[in-house]
Design a protein around this ligand. Structure first.
Ligand SMILES: N[C@@H](CCC(=O)N[C@@H](CS)C(=O)NCC(=O)O)C(=O)O
Length: 216
């Protein structure tokens, strides 16, 4: 498999984290998220949105959208439940992530920590407010259990972990979110992974070598 990747992207991190959990080998091709001039040439036939992550399977079929890629890779493994209702609950959180979480928390982080160019203080403030609304929703839910769905770590936890564990890079603090902080540690810590900010050697192959949370 070939992953079109950006090392600073939480959406790509979701896919890399699941690939690492599953022990799957893959090649990686790095894309720039600021200079996007080569997107059409590189991804034109692979992803209608010209974005990363894009995964190309060994048979040549391309798949886009981080959460769709995780669903595909996770199907038939413990990371996607078998139970019909729990599968729908996983989708519930994946849609929440894409509509209510990522567009605010990831965008603020991108403006502040990647592009270093927030459009205006007012825009930043409005996005931060919406980001906190998403964190508050997760906090309410995680006060009732360690995982987002059922009693087990699923791709829903991976999807929400990706940008939550780097939310502070966009200026978010989570002191008022104790359950969220606890879930971030307890659900992710037993899993071998690196934090998003970890920079692997710049070669193909598995992007994430096994380290516990807190060491990355
Ligand atoms: N909904 C998509 C979002 C993908 C996305 O926004 N990718 C960003 C990097 S995080 C990107 O490619 N940005 C450059 C661009 O929009 O051209 C997903 O979950 O995969």
């Amino acid at each position: 498999m070939l992953l079109y990747n950006s090392q600073v992207s939480g959406n790509c991190y979701k896919v890399r984290l699941l690939l690492a959990h599953l022990g799957l080998d893959y090649e990686r091709r790095e894309m720039d998220v600021i200079d996007r001039s080569d997107r059409a040439d590189t991804l034109g036939d692979l992803n209608p949105a010209l974005r990363v992550p894009t995964l190309v399977l060994d048979d040549g079929r391309p798949l886009a959208e981080s959460n769709a890629i995780m669903w595909f890779l996770g199907e038939g493994t413990p990371y996607v439940p078998d139970d019909r209702f729990e599968r729908a609950q996983v989708l519930q959180w994946l849609f929440f992530e894409q509509y209510s979480h990522e567009p605010h928390i990831a965008v603020v982080r991108f403006w502040v920590a990647v592009a270093h160019a927030p459009p205006s203080p007012e825009a930043l403030e409005a996005k931060r407010r919406d980001g906190y609304t998403a964190l508050d929703a997760m906090e309410r839910h995680l006060a009732t259990g360690r995982f987002l769905v059922g009693e087990r770590y699923t791709i829903a936890d991976i999807a929400l972990y990706a940008y939550t564990h780097v939310a502070h890079e966009g200026g978010f603090g989570i002191p008022r979110h104790p359950s969220l902080a606890r879930a971030g540690g307890s659900s992710a810590a037993p899993r071998a992974h690196q934090r998003l900010s970890h920079q692997p050697p710049s070669r193909g192959g598995s992007a994430i070598s096994p380290h516990r949370i807190g060491q990355g």
